[in-house]
Design a protein around this ligand. Structure first.
Ligand SMILES: C[S@@+](CC[C@H](N)C(=O)[O-])C[C@H]1O[C@@H](n2cnc3c(N)ncnc32)[C@H](O)[C@@H]1O
Length: 246
């Protein structure tokens, strides 16, 4: 309220609250497309990495979500541990995370990438995943994603249901984990597995936390956070949930 307004007056200025949060965040990111490197803004380096990935439709994620990784990578640059992505589909978000580590920290970090590469497995879809279908996201293949991610020799790709892959994974600490399966069961399995192995200062980015099409994802997050301590919890306007290990 301005100094001359009385309580109860209609505000004279334009209401600047966002009508559409998605447009708001996309718009504010695009506005900075032509700026030179500035801290805490998506600079040209960000767009040089993101543009070809988005244009080639290698990812379903928009610039707003990629920009969350861009910031996360910078924030975990001194945190020990590997990176992981669960739910890679055509490999775009994994490529962005691996590329962001190279650009922002000067080198690759070991990274595990998990997917069935045949779409959602029937057995992972439960009653909480009523809008998801078996075989959804099958327009990809292990061979294609392996070739696409070949510029990053530190990436290991695991084909199959993630819960089975995790049972054979060697012990490691993690600094950045992206969970993007859209489903309840693999989400809660991965929160349990990686949450326990996250280094202090490490980050889990959970995609589709506020998507109405993926009700199993927030349910898994609520259940996990009820019993897990030691996280800062950030509800991002991009639709992602960030868990930062204290
Ligand atoms: C929304 S897509 C991922 C999108 C991707 N991150 C991108 O950048 O476009 C979800 C992926 O999760 C995978 N997925 C679902 N359940 C899985 C499970 N139990 N184990 C491994 N992958 C799974 C699907 O095969 C699908 O490729």
């Amino acid at each position: 309220m301005s100094e001359t307004e009385e309580p109860g007056d209609e505000p004279r200025h334009k209401d600047r609250r966002p009508r559409d949060p998605d447009l708001w965040i996309h718009g504010s990111i695009k506005k900075h497309r032509h700026t030179d490197a500035l801290h805490f803004r998506p600079d040209n380096d960000f767009f040089r990495l993101a543009d070809p990935i988005v244009r080639s439709q290698r990812t379903l994620l928009g610039y707003d979500r990629l920009y969350v990784f861009w910031q996360a990578v910078r924030n975990v640059s001194d945190v020990p541990g590997s990176a992981a992505e669960i739910g890679s589909y055509r490999g775009g978000s994994a490529y962005f995370i691996a590329g962001a580590f190279v650009r922002r920290t000067g080198g690759e970090v070991p990274m595990h990438v998990f997917d069935t590469f045949e779409g959602h497995p029937q057995e992972a879809i439960g009653e909480r995943d009523r809008f998801q279908e078996a075989g959804q996201f099958s327009a990809t293949s292990y061979e294609d994603v392996r070739a696409y991610l070949s510029p990053f020799p530190s990436i290991r790709i695991h084909k199959g249901p993630v819960s089975a892959s995790l049972a054979h994974l060697e012990e490691a600490a993690y600094r950045l984990v992206h969970i993007d399966t859209d489903l309840y069961e693999p989400t809660i399995d991965c929160l349990e597995y990686f949450g326990r192995r996250l280094s202090p200062g490490g980050v889990v980015v959970l995609d589709d936390y506020s998507s109405t099409k993926c009700p199993g994802v927030p349910q898994a997050a609520f259940e996990y956070l009820e019993r897990a301590n030691g996280f800062q919890v950030w509800d991002m306007r991009s639709g992602q949930l960030m868990l930062v290990k204290r």
